[in-house]
Design a binder for this molecule. Sequence first.
Ligand SMILES: O=C(O)CCC(=O)C(=O)O
Length: 252
Amino acid sequence: MLTSEQIAQFHEDGYLMLGKVLTDSQVEALVADEKRFRESPLWTDNQQPTGKTIFRSQLGPYSTAVRDAGLTGAHVPLIQQLIGPNVIYWFSQYVTKYPDANSGKSDFPWHQDNGYSKGISPATNITVWVALEDVNEQNGCVYVMPGSHKDGLRDHGTRAESWHLTVAVEGNGVPAILKAGEAVAFTGLTLHRSLLNHTDQPRRGFFMEYADADASECVTTPNPRRIVERMCVYFVSGQATLDQLSAPPPLG
Ligand SMILES: O=C(O)CCC(=O)C(=O)O
């Protein structure tokens, strides 16, 4: 369990290094799974991958490894301490950053995860990013910006020639240097990024996002949608409140 000092640190910095959260066999299962999905002919983006980052998301229905990591990893009770008692595991993604080989394209610019989800309320959601092999500044680890969650959701612009959203940020942030199976947890409002992969091997990571079971996304629209109503949502603990947003439509 997290100590009160670790909880205070998480709220102060907007991130926390969790140490090893997945067993070696859970990491092996995810590594095999990442390869299975990356190489599947269902996707066409795995050709000539130099400088590319390949994403495979929301695969829980097809993957025991994805469900098992998100629901039984050693981080789960820690996340319940931070969000609980009603917690959902609502998003997961493999992120495989291929060697850059001087293309300059293998970075993922500064952003808040809630920038992509168009705002989540309550913004107590947390991302747990796990290394599937040792990650460091050479192979494109994630960097987090301490305290950046305190100013709320920022305006994200789009980057030329890419779907990435981004925010102008001063400073380098803190590199999350991790061994395989170790994780960094950060809030949905914490600015983070990753830089180029300067090695000749792919850098594989897997992240899991957790939220309060009553959280809504797109809070800036008149009809916010509850996350629990999305596909591929799994309960970690507790339940969602039944109200007009979650009530099923009348039959007949
Ligand atoms: O794994 C990475 O390099 C960064 C991925 C990331 O920040 C994201 O997908 O939101």
